[in-house]
Unconditional design. Structure first.
Length: 286
């Protein structure tokens, strides 16, 4: 089943991230799976966990925790139904184990089309800042990961930025993003940031535009080169100018790109922007 997954600890930020996932899922015609993990650390259990060897908690403890999670989930769903009459299919899975291990296992499912996290999430080992473990979360995922800031309003994206860096996978990501943008009626802004624009940059952007024109409808796509020595600031400034609703980047693990869109820049963008950030992970070599 094609679905968006949302790991949650049922803290104060949970209703917002579930609502955001529901809004996207309805536009994308996919389901939503909310995942809650009963954390082994809480019970002093210190061994490796997997789906094949789940931890066994005393029935009274397990039933109590599952019951509380189901009660909170049903309350959120009831509130959503009061606001939105037509919801996509949405269900909850309660699992036991080490939080990150369990979440990471779910991220490998090819039916998962998107993972949604708040900037502090249950997937972050006892709810530490997402910047500590975001790289690992993305590394484990076969699908894009959308990080939604706790305090940012989430609305249906109308202007989506894709920060382009002449990577082999950029075309694939843009085509995938365009499918989402078409469903929600959004415009994609493909930007490339350079310290000083050259004719080589102009020709490369023109080449990208021509290649994409042969593969998709580019009428709702903007192509732009921005001169700046500060990549993160340039992205954030342009986002403010166009009133962007989402920033999209490719996190590459290749050394050549590490200083541009590697893990450090990914964390910095999430820290500095108040917008949702959609992160594609570079495919690993076969």
């Amino acid at each position: 089943m094609k679905r968006i997954i949302i790991p949650t600890d049922f803290s104060f930020k949970t209703p917002k991230i579930i609502e955001a996932g529901v809004r996207l899922a309805k536009k994308m015609n996919v389901a939503v799976e909310v995942i809650h993990v009963i954390d082994s650390f809480e019970y002093g259990i210190n061994f490796v966990i997997s789906e094949s060897t789940p931890i066994i908690l005393p029935p009274n403890v397990l039933n109590d925790q599952v019951g509380k999670a189901q009660e909170k989930f049903q309350k959120i769903i009831a509130d959503l139904k009061n606001e939105k009459a037509d919801l996509p299919e949405i269900f909850m899975s309660v699992k036991t184990g080490f939080v990150f291990d369990v979440i990471a296992e779910q991220l490998r499912d090819p039916e998962v089309v998107l993972v949604m996290l708040s900037d502090k999430s249950q997937a972050d080992y006892n709810y530490r800042d997402v910047s500590v473990n975001l790289s690992e979360i993305i590394n484990k995922s076969n699908s894009p990961v959308c990080v939604v800031p706790n305090l940012a309003p989430f609305r249906d994206p109308q202007n989506i930025i894709y920060a382009f860096n002449y990577h082999d996978q950029d075309i694939e990501n843009i085509l995938d993003l365009q499918k989402i943008a078409k469903l929600i009626g959004a415009k994609i802004h493909i930007i490339h940031i350079v310290a000083e624009k050259s004719i080589k940059d102009v020709l490369a952007m023109q080449g990208l535009e021509l290649e994409l024109q042969s593969k998709m409808d580019t009428q709702s796509t903007v192509f732009k080169i921005i001169e700046s020595k500060d990549i993160v600031k340039a992205i954030d400034d342009y986002a403010h100018i166009i009133e962007a609703d989402m920033i999209t980047i490719l996190r590459s693990h290749r050394t050549l790109f590490q200083g541009i869109f590697g893990s450090n820049k990914t964390r910095e963008i999430i820290y500095k922007t108040n917008l949702p950030v959609l992160v594609y992970q570079e495919h690993k070599a076969q």
